[in-house]
Design a protein around this ligand. Structure first.
Ligand SMILES: [Zn+2]
Length: 264
């Protein structure tokens, strides 16, 4: 039974710029409170013991504290909160006290790099190592305990991204590739995620975690159809092409695939 990891970003009451990074690109991922409530209502109908899922949230926007945490806890849930540490305490982002409190309330705090490079997989190896090591150190100093989870900024994943995360002591790495399979990259567990975006159907999250995985197929096809699969990822490209052009490779369905690539 595979766990489905969902990826959310910021949530807002009236203006997307209330929380997180302020750009048109970032805004496309932000949900209004009404949209979030609809997604959570759908998820609440799913039996988590039969269809396990994780809620992960990227960027460290303040809305994790102001909008999301209470809603998750009201359902008896906790989320994974991935923080870009350079912006801790900046306008629209979590501050140190809020991060500490979320950790104490049972949410998993992880790294989302230090500076959120726009194309993480294009960074030098040294820069990647520094981004991971620095952000992990900041979080560990802040929380007073070990931090081992991280998510890749922008979803730009490569094996080197995982290797450098591992070098920095991180052992669980979430990408943005819409797959449920986990794969081990020399000791670092790499997990895909399914993104919930502004304008998605109100029951998108529910359909993504249910076992009839047609919604996950659509997410997989949509993601690969963007043409963003790197030539260097030969096997991934073949699989993506099969999926998009023929839906023929059931064995590589997003319910079971193990690949690497990146996304926007
Ligand atoms: Zn991000």
């Amino acid at each position: 039974m595979n766990t489905v990891s969902l990826l959310f970003h910021d949530v807002y009451a009236t203006d997307p710029r209330e929380s997180g990074f302020a750009s048109d690109a970032a805004d496309r991922y932000k949900l209004s409170a009404t949209e979030l409530d609809a997604q959570l209502r759908g998820l609440a109908t799913v039996r988590g013991d039969q269809h396990p899922f994780l809620i992960t949230v990227d960027d460290g926007g303040v809305s994790y504290y102001t909008m999301l945490a209470d809603r998750l806890e009201a359902l008896g849930w906790r989320g994974h909160c991935f923080v870009s540490t350079d912006v801790i305490g900046s306008r629209g982002f979590l501050d140190a006290g809020q991060i500490r409190e979320l950790d104490a309330r049972g949410h998993v705090i992880g790294s989302h790099s230090a500076s959120h490079p726009s194309r993480f997989s294009a960074c030098s190896v040294d820069r990647m190592r520094q981004e991971w090591a620095q952000s992990r150190q900041v979080l560990e100093d802040l929380l007073g305990h070990e931090v081992i989870a991280a998510s890749v900024p922008g979803g730009y994943y490569s094996k080197t991204v995982a290797h450098t995360a591992l070098d920095a002591g991180l052992r669980t790495l979430f990408t943005s590739e819409p797959v449920t399979a986990t794969h081990d990259e020399q000791g670092c567990s790499v997990l895909g995620r399914f993104t919930i975006r502004r304008g998605d159907a109100p029951d998108a999250a529910r359909r993504l975690v249910l076992p009839a995985c047609s919604a996950r197929w659509v997410a997989w096809a949509r993601w690969n159809a963007k043409g963003l699969v790197k030539p260097v990822l030969g096997s991934t490209y073949v699989r993506a092409a099969d999926v998009v052009h023929g839906w023929s490779t059931q064995r590589n369905a997003p319910c079971a695939a193990s690949t690497q690539a990146h996304h926007d």
